[in-house]
Design a protein. Structure first.
Length: 65
C-alpha cells in the first residue's frame, strides 16, 4: 500500500513540475512582436535568424527562419 502512495505522489509531483515550473524556461510570450528587416546567420549554429521586436517595450527576440 505504501508503494502505491509513493507512486501516486511521484506522479503528482511530476505533473505539478510540468504544469508550473517549466514555463520559466520557455521565455516570454511573443504577442505584439513584429519582424524587423534584420536577418543574419548565427555564427555558432549556422542557422538563419530573423529579429523580432516589441514596439511597446523595445524587447528583441531572435527566431530561426
Amino acid at each position: 500500500m505504501a508503494a502505491v502512495i509513493i507512486v501516486i505522489a511521484a506522479g503528482l509531483l511530476a505533473w505539478l513540475y510540468a504544469r508550473f515550473d517549466r514555463k520559466r524556461y520557455r521565455g516570454k510570450a511573443s504577442a505584439g512582436q513584429v519582424a524587423t528587416g534584420e536577418v543574419f546567420r548565427d555564427p555558432a549554429t549556422g542557422k538563419v535568424m530573423r529579429v523580432y521586436e516589441d514596439p511597446a517595450t523595445g524587447a528583441r527576440e531572435y527566431r530561426e527562419e
